[in-house]
Design a protein around this ligand. Structure first.
Ligand code: ZN
Length: 157
């Protein structure tokens, strides 16, 4: 990398491109202030950071590409999250399990709505309505889950 002698001030106006007159602090064409040129250390720092960035991106890419995705062993507890495991453990059908999960999400929504702070009575009223609707949806979902539940012992799939 060639390093020419670093001037203290910029050579040309960044706004209009005019070269500054010797010793001037302002552009004689547009009147813009003459900025200080980047110091050599700042330029070196920027270059070093850019190199590090490129290197880091390269490393991450190599790491991702180098992984043998099929060989990654999931922790043993992950299998408890598997849908069919839950199904066989609880004896629920797919439909009722989905309804159950939706119901849980609705309960979570109702709890999250409770975190909202009401500043006025109208706000508070609206939040109560939201909460009631979430809980209603949760109830409907649980009921649907119960209705979708197959009679126990009928484990066809
Ligand atoms: Zn200028």
């Amino acid at each position: 990398m060639e390093q020419e002698p670093v001037p203290h001030m910029a050579e040309a106006c960044p706004r209009c491109g005019t070269e500054y007159l010797l010793g001037s602090h302002f552009c004689h064409t547009c009147g813009g202030r003459r900025p200080e040129a980047l110091s050599s250390t700042a330029q070196a720092d920027a270059a070093a950071i850019a190199r590090l960035w490129v290197l880091g991106v390269h490393r991450v890419r190599e790491f991702v590409l180098g992984l043998h995705w099929g060989q990654i062993k999931a922790p043993s507890w992950v299998r408890y999250l598997h849908f069919h495991e839950i199904k066989s453990r609880t004896g629920l059908s797919t439909g009722s399990l989905i309804a159950f999960v939706i119901g849980l999400a609705c309960v979570a929504g109702a709890l999250l709505v409770g975190l909202l702070t009401a500043k006025t009575f109208v706000d508070w009223q609206a939040i109560q309505f939201y909460r009631a609707e979430w809980l209603l949806a949760a109830t409907a979902s649980f009921v649907a889950g119960i209705l979708l539940k197959k009679p126990s012992g009928d484990d066809g799939d």
